[in-house]
Design a protein around this ligand. Sequence first.
Ligand code: DHB
Ligand code: FE
Length: 283
Amino acid sequence: MAQIIGYIGTSHVPAIGGAIAKQLQQDPYWKPFFDGYPPVRQWLDRAKPDVVVIFYNDHGLNFFLDKMPTFAVGAAEQYRNADEGWGLPNFGTYRGYPELSWHIIEQLLEDEFDPVTCQEMLVDHAFSIPMKLLWPQGHSELRTVPIAINTVQHPLPSARRCYKLGQSVGRAIASWPEPVKVLVMGTGGLSHQLDGERAGFINRAFDQLCLEQLEQQPEALTRYDTTELVRIAGTQGVELLNWIAARGALEGHVRRVHCSYHIPISNTASAVLLLENQPAARN
Ligand code: DHB
Ligand code: FE
């Protein structure tokens, strides 16, 4: 049976891609941010996941404001990266796992979710930057399942709904018969606001609370409605929904392996959180 071995929440700020392309990892502005990742990569070297299921939001590349699914699941053989306008290098192509994608989709329907199913799907910086941060040397064997959540155009799905989506995905993975090791990932956040009167808004206290609650009390984060989340975390801080959804997939004993938080990267409070998952024993 498949096993969820861990969880990674990470920021996906586009400027990170530019810094990687220019090899600015040791630059004083960037160093505190990039220093958060070697412990995570060391864990990945040991844990060796076969599959990564990525909860992220599309920023107008694959879906635009005219057609915006609340939830969309990739079910393609591969996913091509493209740039929706940041001037980022192309980070290539990611191997899909359509059999697992369809298994997840079937479970979602059974649990009364109605995702858009995508047999072709471009992935933007919210997918490619986390992949580059975690597997800078490449990932040819790793299979991926992208799950896009609308955090862009209101009305957004509630935190509770996103958590339940993750729980449903977790059930699907737990019943997948192949003996693969699965990592779940949520990208974006933490607090940030890119435009309007509060551009540059960051809420350190809320971010710290989220990082704590994601570990042991994730359901506490589902009490916020989306308007409240915008107020507390910023208009783009609602990308926290991706982190909450991914956390819903874990059941069993969760242990924090690594966490770093750094303000700011571009307009954003950046963070990376790694949780190890000891699946609950099943009969
Ligand atoms: C920034 C952050 C994001 O999450 C994003 O999608 C785009 C830009 C930023 O801080 O620049
Ligand atoms: Fe974003």
